[in-house]
Design a protein around this ligand. Structure first.
Ligand code: HEC
Ligand code: HEC
Length: 330
């Protein structure tokens, strides 16, 4: 609120309070009813015989009004209400909200505390823990990765055991806590539109789509360019590099769709993708629960899984990658 509107509100509020007091004062001054209810009526008559007495307000009601004015003045002194004046207590909606959130967080931390000392292996097999993790995922991750974690264009599928940044527990924990920034540079200015078409054809060939004769010729030229400008990140064989977040280009699993137009767009204009950091928002226990959940989603083998009975638990149920279609975003 700027200065003018602040004063505007202050003046209007003050006039209203003063007006209410004046009204109460004038109506309570003349009290013919002090000797008992008067017989004087307002002169209005309804339905033939219903008339209205002209009595002053009962005392208790009047004091009720005075009390509410006093309450209002007290409220305005301590809480925000008078324009930009914040009130003596310094109360704000934001503070109140933050306090509520902190309280809810504390209660939830308390409920999750017994997961603190459990390792990933135990958590992955704990039905309650995984139910909690599924809720955490729905609240914090599903908006981008989808409720089923299958992702969409630009948002990786977390169920397919194909990783941009690595699918081992450490890599997943790092992704969730610190976030990831994946930069695919724009190449059009460097290798020209022709070069973009050539390497794009080569990328398609790498993933098993050699295309028509013209594309095969382009792909040949593209192979050389790929070796000089792309291999640094995507590897000489195009199998990617999780240390750089550079995807495997040979598996026909696409973050941005595997058609030639999309690939040309990615190569020519580049991509600048970001997974936000969640450490501060979630805290260690929730991150651990989510790591266990993502490991289960992708069917990652269980690290500490030495006991045969635990092994057989996993066998056939979660080992198979769920996305075998291969053409979906990953
Ligand atoms: C604002 C959108 C957004 C939210 C919210 C989000 N992510 Fe992501 N996440 C992404 C993007 C985008 C990427 C891909 C980054 C890249 O291209 O390298 C990603 C990547 C990942 C990866 C790495 C995948 C791989 O192939 O290496 C994991 C694991 C992951 N997210 C898990 C989560 C979890 C768990 C949560 C919830 C705590 C979450 N994400 C919340 C957008 C999001
Ligand atoms: C500096 C490292 C780097 C270089 C060099 C590089 N890339 Fe990439 N590339 C990436 C990263 C990182 C991504 C993932 C972007 C993301 O997660 O959004 C990517 C993504 C892609 C994709 C999208 C894959 C998908 O699944 O949708 C294609 C296609 C691609 N690169 C092709 C190329 C080609 C062709 C070249 C050479 C002209 C090249 N890249 C050079 C880092 C690089």
């Amino acid at each position: 609120m700027n200065g003018f509107w602040s004063y505007w509100v202050i003046i209007l509020t003050s006039i209203n309070i003063a007006g209410a007091l004046w009204l109460l004062w004038t109506t309570s001054r003349k009290r013919p009813g002090d000797q008992g209810p008067s017989e004087e009526t307002t002169g209005h008559t309804w339905d033939g015989d219903l008339s209205e007495y002209n009595n002053p307000l009962p005392r208790w009601w009047l004091w009720g009004f005075y009390a509410s004015v006093i309450f209002g003045l007290g409220y305005l002194a301590f809480y925000p209400g008078l324009g930009n004046f914040a009130g003596r207590l310094g109360w704000t909606q934001e503070n109140a909200w933050a306090a509520d959130v902190a309280l809810a967080r504390k209660q939830s931390d308390f409920q999750l505390a017994h997961y603190d000392h459990m390792n990933l292996h135990t958590l992955r097999h704990d039905a309650n823990a995984m139910r909690t993790a599924r809720n955490l995922f729905a609240n914090n991750c599903a908006a981008c990765h989808g409720t089923d974690a299958h992702g969409s264009k630009g948002f990786p599928n977390l169920t397919d055991a194909d990783w941009l940044h690595g699918g081992d527990p450490t890599a997943i924990t790092t992704t969730i806590t610190q976030g990831r920034v994946a930069v695919m540079p724009a190449w059009e200015a460097v290798i020209g539109p022709e070069g973009v078409e050539q390497v794009s054809s080569y990328v398609l060939a790498l993933s098993g789509h050699p295309g028509d004769a013209q594309m095969q010729v382009q792909a040949k030229a593209g192979a050389e360019k790929f070796a000089t400008v792309c291999a640094a990140c995507h590897g000489a064989d195009g199998r990617g590099n999780t240390a750089l977040g550079a995807p495997n280009l040979t598996d026909n699993i696409w973050l941005y769709a595997g058609n030639v137009e999309t690939i040309r767009e990615t190569v020519g204009k580049g991509r600048n993708n970001q997974m936000p950091a969640h450490a501060a928002k979630l805290g260690a226990t929730r991150v651990k629960l989510l790591t266990a959940y993502v490991l289960n989603l992708s069917g990652a083998p269980d690290e500490e899984n030495e006991e045969p009975e635990a092994n057989s638990l996993l066998e056939g149920s979660t080992h198979e990658p769920t996305n075998t279609a291969g053409t979906q975003a990953h």
